[in-house]
Structure formats: structure tokens, C-alpha cells
Design a protein around this ligand. Sequence first.
Ligand SMILES: Cc1cc2nc3c(=O)[nH]c(=O)nc-3n(C[C@H](O)[C@H](O)[C@H](O)COP(=O)(O)OP(=O)(O)OC[C@H]3O[C@@H](n4cnc5c(N)ncnc54)[C@H](O)[C@@H]3O)c2cc1C
Length: 391
Amino acid sequence: MASLNQADVIIIGGGIVGTSIAWGLARRGTRVCVLDEGDEAFRAARGNFGLIWVQGKGAQSPSYATWTRRAALAWPDFATALQTETGIDLQHEQRGGFSLCLTETELNAACVTMQGIAESLDGAYEYELLEAEATRLALPAAGPAVRGSVYCPRDGQVSPQRLLRALFTALAARGATVQSGAAVLTIRATGEGFRVETAKGRYIAERIVLAAGLGNRWLAPLVGLEAPVAPQRGQVLITERVAPFLSHPTMQVRQTGDGTVQIGDTKEWVGFDDGITHGGIGNMAARAVACFPALASVKVVRTWGALRVMTPDGLPLYESSAEHPKAFLVTCHSGITLAANHAGPIADWILGGAGPAEIATFRSSDSSVGLPVAPPWLDSFPLDGGRRGWG
Ligand SMILES: Cc1cc2nc3c(=O)[nH]c(=O)nc-3n(C[C@H](O)[C@H](O)[C@H](O)COP(=O)(O)OP(=O)(O)OC[C@H]3O[C@@H](n4cnc5c(N)ncnc54)[C@H](O)[C@@H]3O)c2cc1C
């Protein structure tokens, strides 16, 4: 006979989104239960690049630009609190980040994008455009092929693995239930809340948060919501450790706190294939060497592919269900960057507070607004079959 476990809030999904929200709730004294499918699932939180990245985000949506900037501003306090609570060094630093441009076309496009975002935010957006010489002064390892760069002082990086470990550690210390191997099979609304069936037992709670990444697509209709998310593959490679040579992260190359160099990341619509390709890896390596020629002699030790959780317009989704107002959906493709918001204002919203102003338009019904980034075949994905039925 399966056991019945009670909490105030059940979070489905133990990725970076679910655990950030869970920690925020636990810090507010809420009894939280995180249910995670485990290693069988696609888990972007285990394969990402670790950037806290503001620049370029929100070119089509001032709300998203503001929401991202707000997260970046909240990150230092978020990191300090988590590190203090767990003793785990997140390798967090936010001294700014660079996007390197190798052609005039790239530089002009970056200029137009950044100007557009800054204007849409009435100038409340910090960035600099640097010519080649200024870029090499800031990043002496940059090679002659670099034509210029965009610098944003809010950008930074963190170890995504340490971040996730710290969140799990903090949740355990606060007495939260975290159940792995607990793929959610059904959700039923009861008079008092929700009853959730998993392979590991039944759980009940007054509130429920769907933070299951790609799994949200089929979970959402169970509580009257829609999550039109699709997988976008990113390939990443990592090198042996080398002496410090890069003081700031760039969008495609960053040196980790352990000395390895992480190079990323492709953006490919290949369904649920999270493998790697010679073409993908080769192109990224070639660009990395063009940016930083010293990398030509550094050995790659590991490569992987992981699937981003993408909406049609690339914007996050924050919604409560009209049918079941205590059921919430949260999904985004920048879960590291937005972690501080998820542990802060989003946790307050889930507990019944007013939603932050920025998230009002991040709804599935608005998600085709702006330039679509998802492939045309997204519409043919069934909403209720789960990934087992899609692939
Ligand atoms: C290559 C790559 C690079 C990236 N780089 C960055 C970056 O530099 N900065 C940044 O901010 N973001 C980055 N991202 C995005 C970031 O990783 C994601 O936004 C984030 O991981 C999404 O977190 P999530 O918790 O929603 O989803 P996931 O990490 O996918 O987690 C979802 C969880 O839900 C669970 N689940 C699914 N279905 C069920 C079910 N039915 N029952 C129970 N549990 C279920 C799974 O087990 C999984 O653990 C990158 C992503 C990729 C792929």
C-alpha cells in the first residue's frame, strides 16, 4: 500500500527551477515536497553552461529584459545566503561578461540589439560596446580575429553543479522532502488541494507547482494549464584544467572555478536527441580558438548535449490555473540566471502574494507574440502524451 505524504506545496521537478522555488518557499517556513523523476528524465539543469546572463535578453520583450536584470541584481544576495546556509562555494562571480564579435556584421547586430533593449528600458540598462583594441585590453587572451565585443557589468557565472548541490543541501537542512525516482503519473484536484500519484507513493498538498521542464508539457493540462515547451539542444565541451587566462565569462567560452574551460553551446532543433555531433563540437571549438588562440593546444576532456526547455517565443511562463488557482506553472530557458527571482518574488507569488509586474505577460496564451524561436513542428507535438509518446 503506497504511503500518503502531506506538504503545504508540492513542486514537481527537481531541476534548477523547482529547487530554487522550493528553497525560497522553505526559507519562508513552508513545508515543501519536491518530486523528481530522476536520471531517466531530460534534465537541462545538469547540462547547462552556468552563465548569469543579462545582455541580449529581452530584445522583443522589455518585461523579459527587466525581469532578467532584476534577477542579476538579486543574485549576489541569493548566492551569499545559499553559501552561508550550506558552506558550499558556488564559484559565483558577477564582474561582468563579454560577447565577442568576429565580424563587423556580428558587431553591428549586437549594437542594434543592445541599443534597442536600452531604449525600451528608458536607459536603465548597463552595457558598453568595445572596439577590438578595448576588448583586448580587457581580455588580453583575445586573438586578432576579435573585432569587438559587448560588455555588460551585470553578467556573471556560477558552477551549475555546485548550485544544484547547494540547493538540495539547503532543502534537506530545512527538512523539505525531496523524492527522486518519483515520476508524477497523475494529479487530481481535491476539495483542499491536490493529490499526486507517483511511482514512489502518493502526496497531497494545498498548492502545487509544475516545474518539470519539458515534462510540463504533458503535466500542465492535468490542472487546466498549457505549457507549449519544446526541446532545443545545446552541445557543450570542456577542456583540461589550465592556468587562469580569462578573467570574465564570455557568451561562448568561460573558465570555470576549477580551471577547466567550458565552450558552448549550440542551438539546435533536433527533437529529443541529446547527443553530440562532430559538426557541432567542431564549430564551437573553431570559434573558441578564433576568440582565444591559446586554446588551440588545450585538450578537450568531455562533451555532452542537453535539451533546453523552449517556448515558442523564448519567454518564460508563469501562470496559475484559472480552473485550479493554487496550481502554478513555471518554466524558462534561463533557469540559472532567473534562480534568484524564483527563490524570491516567485516564491511569494506561489504563497498568494501579488505576482511581480514583469511576469504578467508571460502566459501560454501570449507565447506566440514576438519573434518565434521554436520550430514550426512544435504545434504538432501532442500536449498530453508526455515525452514517452513524442519520441
Ligand atoms: C546546453 C545548455 C546551456 C544552458 N546554459 C544556461 C546558462 O548559461 N544560463 C542559464 O541561465 N540557463 C542556461 N540553460 C538553461 C537552464 O539549464 C534551464 O533553464 C534550466 O535547467 C531549466 O530548469 P528546469 O528545472 O525547468 O528543467 P530541468 O533542469 O530539465 O528539470 C526538470 C526536472 O523535472 C523532472 N521531471 C520531468 N517530468 C517529471 C514528472 N512527470 N514527474 C516528476 N519529475 C519530472 C526531471 O526529472 C527534471 O529533473 C542552459 C541549458 C542548456 C541545455
